[in-house]
Design a protein around this ligand. Structure first.
Ligand SMILES: NC(=O)c1ccc[n+]([C@@H]2O[C@H](COP(=O)([O-])OP(=O)(O)OC[C@H]3O[C@@H](n4cnc5c(N)ncnc54)[C@H](O)[C@@H]3O)[C@@H](O)[C@H]2O)c1
Length: 264
């Protein structure tokens, strides 16, 4: 266990991370593992190309599950598999997400593309929340953390569909947090909103835009008042806090992780 993660808030707890083989999913799962959780990484495909071994070097290896977050049947099967192995689920991170791969202004976006993004980013969170609330027990400190985005707060000239989906996740978090608390579920639900996170995908795209990766990193860092860029581990640390008993009185909250970008 690394020095910074010596909290061990998740000993004896099982955590499911959707989109678990993506850059953020791996970092979130890693952080939870370092804090003692039994981690399940779930993704549409379980082909990881060696990324898990790299991300979890020296750590307890995670379970890997096939899960399509847009399918209720797939959620049922994933939950059954987790309950059979771990006997319970304490933490769900609704991290799976997609984006329109090319600039696509709202004025022209085809309805099929709009629905494709909403299906994963919004339906996926709804189905995950419903599936988790069915199996999470009272009195065990259960929690759900959703992945929003700074795009939930701002407009976008060429990628509004993604922003719409994340704005909806923000609203869904508040409604589901209240609904859970008022309807007998002892499960806290919150949402994190990262700004640009320096993942390999973001880095590759930015390098194309700014000529090289170091130039892109420099430019992205300067966009944030802090002068620093958000790393996947920053998002993972915030999620580990929100999911833990340190946040036991925090329900339906937005936690922005952006190096100060939104406040400028
Ligand atoms: N990277 C950023 O800058 C950034 C910023 C803000 C928010 N986010 C959000 O963080 C989350 C993770 O982003 P990332 O950068 O790791 O992206 P990523 O593309 O690396 O990972 C997303 C993962 O979700 C999986 N996925 C897609 N559809 C799925 C489905 N139907 N069922 C299960 N899994 C599915 C993909 O296979 C992939 O592994 C997303 O919700 C994203 O919107 C990312």
């Amino acid at each position: 266990m690394s020095q910074s993660n010596a909290l061990a808030r998740y000993h004896g707890k099982a955590a499911l991370v959707t989109g678990g083989l993506g850059a953020m999913g791996l970092a979130i799962g890693r952080r939870l593992t370092e804090e003692g959780a039994e981690v399940y990484l779930a993704d549409v495909t379980t082909e990881d190309g060696g990324r898990i071994a790299e991300a979890y070097a020296g750590l307890v290896q995670p379970h890997v599950l096939q899960l399509d977050v847009t399918s209720a049947e797939s959620w049922s099967a994933a939950m059954a598999s987790i309950l059979a192995t771990s006997g319970g689920l304490h933490l769900l991170i609704n991290n799976a997400g997609v984006i329109t791969p090319v600039p696509q202004p709202i004025a022209d976006v085809p309805l099929e593309e709009f629905h494709r993004v909403l299906k994963v980013n919004l339906d996926g969170v709804l189905l995950g929340t419903q599936a988790a609330l069915k199996v999470m027990k009272r009195g065990v400190g259960a929690a759900i953390v959703n992945l929003g985005s700074l795009a939930a707060y701002t407009g976008s000239a060429d990628n509004g569909t993604y922003g719409v989906s994340k704005g909806a996740v923000r609203a869904l978090t508040k409604h589901s947090a209240l609904s859970a608390a008022r309807n007998g579920h002892d499960v806290r639900i919150n949402v994190v909103h990262p700004g640009y996170v320096w993942t390999p995908l973001v880095a590759a795209k930015a390098a194309g835009q700014f000529g090289s990766e170091p130039a892109a990193r420099d430019a992205f860092s300067k966009m944030n008042p802090s002068g620093r860029i958000v790393e996947p581990s920053d998002v993972a640390a915030a999620i580990a806090f929100l999911g833990s008993q340190d946040a036991r009185m925090i329900h339906g909250a937005d936690l922005v992780i952006d190096g100060g970008r939104l406040i400028q």
